[in-house]
Ligand binder design. Structure first.
Ligand code: BDR
Ligand code: CA
Length: 313
């Protein structure tokens, strides 16, 4: 089967890093490029982190573009308390030598979607949706050309991780999320409801280190750092790996289960700003606009990641 063409929009982030490594390790994908957005840390760090990860994977030819440096309306909120001041705290990764592509990520997304056959490119979003919404507003003709969007974002039964009702990616740019969720594009969302069922174990992180490769060592060091925050916060034995759910879903959808629902984004209330209001029980007449995932085969998920990362240098 021909590889699936994907664009990964990301704010690395250790869990973004694992998602990117998983994609780069998988022949099922043609990774057209990575587009960085401000989120976990400011843009200057997320674009550099994206390049560090490509170099770690031995893929310095991967195109990396810098996108939007702040959300559409609100001020940028970052998450150094989770990811460290670099966004990728844990391993000592060298400063990247591969180039940042010239031009803005949003323009590249627009040009790439226009140049490819309609319905041939999937967008994988691992951070705030600022770049994607901006592309949709700048060039509405690209919207029907997107095959689908598979995202990490939102929460419903698991409620919020950054406010009592909001998940980080949606909270950072709820207005962008509103644009994307009302676009009519086919969407699949991996909210905290599923990612909090994908908890890492110490044995699994150690199994990455035991791969003996630079990638395995760096991934284990990243995850050692990253999981301490959620373990302290939730009192669980391991932290959740959010963003790799997006890539794993495209590789092995049978590991996941969910249902089609209407999802609307709260953009007005200070109290519940950025909440993803999921009509899980179908109590409104709002039409379904998103496949909302809430179940995962966590063992299968972690084995998929380990076995694919084992292919990297
Ligand atoms: C999301 O927020 C970020 O901190 C993670 O990278 C993930 O994309 C989880 O809420
Ligand atoms: Ca992320």
């Amino acid at each position: 089967m021909a590889p699936r063409s994907i664009i990964i929009d990301t704010d690395p982030g250790q869990d973004d890093a694992i998602a990117i490594l998983l994609a780069l390790a998988s022949e099922e994908f043609q990774v057209l490029g990575l587009t960085a957005v401000a989120g976990n840390v400011p843009l200057a760090l997320t674009e550099a982190n994206a390049r560090k990860i490509c170099e770690l994977a031995g893929r310095p030819e991967t195109k990396v573009f810098a996108g939007c440096a702040r959300p559409l309306v609100r001020s940028l909120v970052t998450a150094e308390e989770v990811h460290g001041k670099t966004g990728l705290d844990g391993p000592e990764l060298p400063a990247p030598t591969m180039p940042l592509q010239e031009g803005h990520a949003v323009d590249w997304i627009v040009d790439t979607l226009r140049a490819a056959p309609a319905g041939s490119i999937t967008l994988c979003t691992l951070g705030p949706l600022t770049n994607i919404a901006t592309a949709m507003v700048k060039a509405p003709d690209i919207v029907p050309r997107i095959a689908e969007i598979v995202m990490m974002g939102g929460a419903y039964f698991e409620v919020g991780n950054v406010t009592p009702t909001a998940e980080f990616n949606i909270y950072v740019d709820p207005h962008a999320a509103h644009v994307v969720f009302t676009s009519g594009v086919k969407m699949t969302m991996h909210p905290l409801d599923v990612t909090h069922k994908a908890l890492m174990t110490r044995a699994w992180i150690d199994s990455l280190r035991a791969l003996g490769s630079a990638t395995g060592q760096a991934a284990a060091a990243m995850l050692d750092f990253y999981e301490r925050f959620d373990m302290e916060k939730y009192g669980e034995a391991g932290g959740p790996l959010h963003d790799p759910c997006v890539i794993a879903y495209l590789l092995q959808p049978e590991l996941f289960r969910g249902r089609d629902c209407n999802v609307a984004i709260e953009t007005r209330s200070d109290l519940t700003m950025g909440m993803t209001v999921v009509d899980w029980w179908g109590v409104t007449d709002r039409p379904a606009n998103c496949h909302v995932i809430n179940q995962i085969d966590a063992e299968g998920f972690y084995e998929l990641i380990r076995s694919r990362l084992a292919r990297l240098p």
